[in-house]
Design a protein around this ligand. Sequence first.
Ligand code: GLU
Length: 491
Amino acid sequence: MTKSVRVRFAPSPTGYFHLGSARSALYNWLFARHEGGRFILRIEDTDRTRYDPRALPDLLDSMRWLGLCWDEGPEVGGEYGPYYQSDRVHLYQEYARQLVAEGRAYRCYCSPERLAKLREEQRRAGLTPGYDRHCRYLSAREIADYEAQGIVPVIRLAAPTEGTTEFDDLLRGHIVVNNNQLDDLVLLKSDGFPTYHLANVVDDHLMAITHILRGEEWLSSVPKHVLLYDAFGWEMPVQVHLPNILDPSGKGKLSKRKKKAPGEREMLTYIHEFREAGYLPEAMVNFLALVGWSYDGTREYFTRSELVRLFDLSSVSKSPAAFSYEKLDHMNATYIRNLGYNDLAGRLLQTLFRQGIEADFFTVLKLVPLIRERIQTLNEAAKWVDFVFAAQIDYDTEMLIPRKMDRADALKALRAAREALAEAEPFDEEHIEGRLRALSDALGLKASALLGIIRVATTGKTVAPPLFGTLSILGRETTLARIEAAIARLE
Ligand code: GLU
């Protein structure tokens, strides 16, 4: 019988939750769901110098927003906890001491100054910097001396100095590293805190992790981890190193923070930024799934449950994938168009509130058919509908006068429109259209010119949602009041 799948996402709370991390979390989640396994969230927070208190709330919110719910971890608990490494420090210390007792690790008393000097000498001699294993072969007497001086040691792994270290990566095949390239890595620092390597390996083992899916940048750590698994006599989980995400040009790695050049679009990289910019979580999930995985190379749209059903590790690519904002925008627009009207109205209402527009659900619901084809993000709705909820609109009076017409013409058209719209009964799209088309004939004006004047008068914009529907939503009273105000401006 094969072991049931247990995977983990193990972020360090050092900054906001980034696209690349979200992609790793998603692949772990999809794989767990596909296999009927467990998805564990573990917080690797032992590096106190890089700790950022904003990171954890941002992570948990963003993961939940994306729907990447975890089966074990913070706020959820589980049998393998605690899930914060800072609560597990005693475990790492025990395991490090166990290795020392077995002769597989040793205490190192070298001062930071000695190590810096060593590195400097190695650098000058053109050697790769590394620890010279000075403390590995200390006599009992020398050790006692250091201890008597009160020097607090670190614990280092006694790595093999000859031979090779080998492992398999599911995507990258068999990897061989010469042991003379591996250092006696530090496992426990002098403050008693573990290094990433020790804590990560101990936890993956104690939490019974079966597969490790993480970014390609961690591949170079694996040989060190192999040595640790060997030292403990533990079986190493299956290794899967996911391809890097490249920036839209396909040249560099998608960086955490990119300054935009003037005129260039802002490159969002944190999940909360996408959320705030009005992307839908279902579009983000669909989109991120495709950054490094494909089903058949052509199909692009997948619901969450289709992804769970179809996702498999053998179709994950090992070559880096470029991130395309255009493709995400397009996908987001498609997801918006495919939402039910009530659902979209609900999301738009929240977005409008956040943007300071006091909209109401039923009006937004009526606006949905007029704007849903026109927006790529939820945030873009505001510029299409803000005038509906504004007590007053403002615009440049000159905008009321179409080209090749003068002030008197515009005034005449608006006065006639006021009469025509006062009589439209009922005040709905069909009757408004009938009245205004008849009016443009009667005035001998092109419909586009007449409607243009009324559009500016009632919305304050030259580009707005379809006019007849818009006026019916504004209602007769507001429509006439705004036309009245426009007449007053022109008079
Ligand atoms: N804490 C590491 C990180 O920040 C985890 C890497 C891994 O998955 O092993 O990404």
